[in-house]
Write a new protein. Structure first.
Length: 149
């Protein structure tokens, strides 16, 4: 029986299957003590679990599911570099997904917003400018499609 998130994660690593990492997340969602815990240990294990699941989906070319799990991993990412890497991964996955152009543009605007915030926090003005241009292009595309007013 799994007693805590560390046990759940150890089991997942030993089995190394996508469902095992889902079990880590489920454990924490269903265990009140884990769910309310905001410790570094819990957050790191949740980040790693979401990252592992996203990677499994990506290798299986299930880009929409990979995208969803990378978004969840982003929430638990603490380091600037990690958040930026995830932002780039999300943009890459959007490019691989078969989505209507307007939906892609909406997602690009959302992702670039996260990235812009991180770049601003680090004072990386060059990257803020670069990512703003991508965001502007996506917004223009939405305006042309009639989705953004």
């Amino acid at each position: 029986m799994t007693k805590n998130i560390v046990d759940a994660y150890r089991k997942a690593v030993n089995e190394y299957e996508k469902d095992s990492f889902h079990d880590v997340i489920s454990f924490c969602e269903n265990d009140k003590k884990c769910n309310e815990d905001n410790s570094l240990k819990k957050n790191v294990l949740m980040f790693w679990s979401y990252k592992k699941i996203a990677t499994f989906y990506e290798k299986g070319k299930k880009y929409r599911q990979a995208y969803e799990f990378w978004q969840k991993a982003f929430v638990f990412a603490k380091k600037y570099e990690t958040k930026i890497k995830i932002g780039h991964k999300l943009l890459e996955l959007i490019n691989k997904m078969r989505l209507p152009m307007a939906e892609k543009a909406v997602e690009i605007i959302k992702i670039t917003g996260y990235m812009q915030k991180e770049y601003e926090l680090k004072g990386n003005k060059e990257s803020v400018l670069r990512i703003s241009k991508l965001q502007d292009a996506a917004e223009k595309l939405l305006k042309k499609s009639g989705t953004l007013h």
